[in-house]
Write a protein that binds this ligand. Structure first.
Ligand SMILES: NC(=O)c1ccc[n+]([C@@H]2O[C@H](COP(=O)([O-])OP(=O)(O)OC[C@H]3O[C@@H](n4cnc5c(N)ncnc54)[C@H](OP(=O)(O)O)[C@@H]3O)[C@@H](O)[C@H]2O)c1
Length: 328
């Protein structure tokens, strides 16, 4: 029996003019009336998409960054979601059925018909995952942007084998640094690196040391300690890769210092301008590139997806099956 789908829904939408957003960008401010709850049309799915009745969402820093700077007026905010399938397009991959529990991440904050802080969202069938009965909607909603980011960083950039093992390709116990391991992205990265068999060295504030160890870090250092870099190099002389989950201030320099002697490399999450840090290769990634669609922020001259390093072509939109571990 079909589920009745209304024509309109409530959604949280961007509410700032381009002038206010550019001013926020230039002044690092957050002025203006950022969002409002609006009544908007329920998204019309394309044939490869499913419609999701949203039950739970998770928040990410990217949501407020979109609201402050990137989101056009009327764009639906929000990336992470969990819910149930309300409608299935005739060519949607994933063998979805109405009523299935579903979760994932979408590129929220950019489109008037795509975003998770809404009663319904549309998503290509191959970009969502089925939620097992052991996981609540609230938990499922957190396996979104942060989990995608950690997978992209470790599995497609830093040569860490995929967590589901495959043929053990590249498996090793070599150490990896997860800088700011207590971030949401960091906690996923720690778990993925651990599952792949690596020795996980994290940095975190002292109040987060127990947390990162609980998630699998073998060792943890305070990123504010002036001796932390030396201590890590001494304790882990072969360390050659790092994920910088903070990517602000001195964090990338810290990571580069740790891996420099071994001609290692660092993945960052914020500043696309950094590519080399005194001889250490720095590789910026953007989780949105995993969705496989072109996009443009602040048109016509703002950043667009073509600017960013893409994941291997055959992995786009189907990361679970990527078996390529490219070195930058
Ligand atoms: N490029 C991308 O695709 C992408 C994807 C995801 C996230 N991001 C960006 O990555 C950043 C992290 O996002 P998230 O959601 O994972 O973070 P989050 O969960 O919001 O991070 C919170 C943690 O940040 C840590 N922190 C605060 N100040 C710090 C400092 N000065 N130095 C180091 N760590 C500090 C704190 O850890 P302690 O308790 O240890 O102090 C805190 O627990 C955000 O800026 C986000 O926009 C980018």
């Amino acid at each position: 029996m079909g589920v009745e789908i209304p024509e309109t829904m409530k959604a949280l939408v961007g509410n700032r003019s381009i002038v206010t957003r550019l001013s926020n960008y230039a002044c690092s401010s957050s002025s203006g009336d950022g969002v409002k709850v609006a009544t908007v049309p329920v998204p019309i799915i394309e044939e490869h998409e499913i419609l999701v009745r949203v039950h739970s969402i998770a928040l990410n820093p990217t949501d407020f960054k979109h609201i402050d700077i990137l989101s056009p007026r009327g764009a639906i905010i929000g990336c992470d979601y969990a819910g149930t399938v309300a409608k299935v397009g005739p060519k949607a991959a994933g063998a979805w059925a109405v009523g299935d529990r579903v979760a994932g991440a979408t590129h929220g904050g950019l489109y008037t018909d795509r975003g998770s802080f809404a009663e319904y969202l549309k998503i290509p069938g191959h970009l969502a995952w089925k939620v097992p009965s052991s996981i609540s909607d609230e938990e499922a909603a957190t396996f979104g942007v942060s989990a995608v980011t950690a997978m992209l960083a470790l599995n497609t950039r830093l040569g860490v084998p995929w967590a589901d093992g495959g043929e053990d390709k590249g498996r090793s116990t070599t150490p990896i640094l997860i800088y700011s391991g207590a971030t949401s992205a960091g906690l996923y990265a720690i778990q993925l690196a651990k599952l792949a068999g690596l020795t996980v060295v994290a940095t975190a504030s002292p109040h987060s040391h127990d947390l990162v160890k609980e998630y699998g870090a073998d060792d943890v250092f305070d990123y504010r300690s002036p001796t932390a870099v030396d201590k890590i190099i001494r304790a882990y002389p072969t360390i050659d890769r790092a994920m910088d989950c903070f990517s602000e201030g001195v964090s990338t320099a810290f990571c580069a210092d740790v891996v420099r002697k071994n001609r290692g490399w660092v993945v960052t999450l914020l500043d696309p301008g950094k590519t080399d840090f005194d001889g250490v290769k720095v590789d910026f990634l953007l989780a949105y590139t995993a969705f496989g669609a072109e996009f443009q922020w602040l048109p016509p001259s703002g950043l667009n997806s073509a600017r960013f390093h893409r994941i291997p072509k055959h992995c786009e939109g189907s990361m679970h099956h990527c078996r390529e571990y490219p070195k930058p």
